[in-house]
Design a protein. Structure first.
Length: 154
């Protein structure tokens, strides 16, 4: 059973599709408003690869789960103090910083999200400290590199 994970650039489509056949999966992807004109499975795979992680086309649910696990293992969890130092080194307010990292919502929501991450507030549902997701960590590393800064430098 083929599976597609779709995370759009603007977070408008966080979705998982599982269909009985590759053709049915392709047809489901074609119906997405953000999808380009997809004619073949190959075109669909290329489009999914161009989207933020963990987007992709997978042969099975198990393969998709392993992909997501690998992404989370490969990206370090940044301590809140390091996130704060990086934001300050970039000279950005919390809302603007969050937006550059791809965190959605309005400015108040973005500000609060970064505030909670920086102070490592406990997520009520998981009981774990709030952290940047793997996509945001990758974007932060790229942003730091673009500005000639190393992660965690002042």
């Amino acid at each position: 059973m083929p599976v597609a994970i779709i995370v759009s650039e603007n977070d408008a489509i966080p979705a998982i599709f599982a269909e009985d056949t590759s053709r049915a999966l392709l047809d489901a992807l074609k119906r997405l408003s953000e999808a380009p004109a997809l004619k073949t499975e190959h075109e669909a795979r290329l489009w999914l690869q161009s989207l933020p992680a963990p987007s992709g086309w997978f042969g099975s649910t198990q393969e998709a789960k392993l992909h997501v696990q690998r992404i989370h293992q490969d990206v370090p969890i940044l301590p809140g103090a390091e996130v704060a130092r990086a934001r300050q080194a970039l000279g950005l307010g919390r809302a603007e910083f969050a937006k550059k990292l791809g965190i959605g919502g309005n400015d108040n929501t973005r500000h609060k999200t970064i505030f909670d991450i920086e102070r490592e507030a406990i997520n009520k549902s998981s009981g774990k400290p709030r952290v940047l997701n793997p996509n945001a960590v990758q974007r932060l590393k790229a942003l730091m590199a673009e500005n000639g800064l190393g992660a965690g430098q002042d």
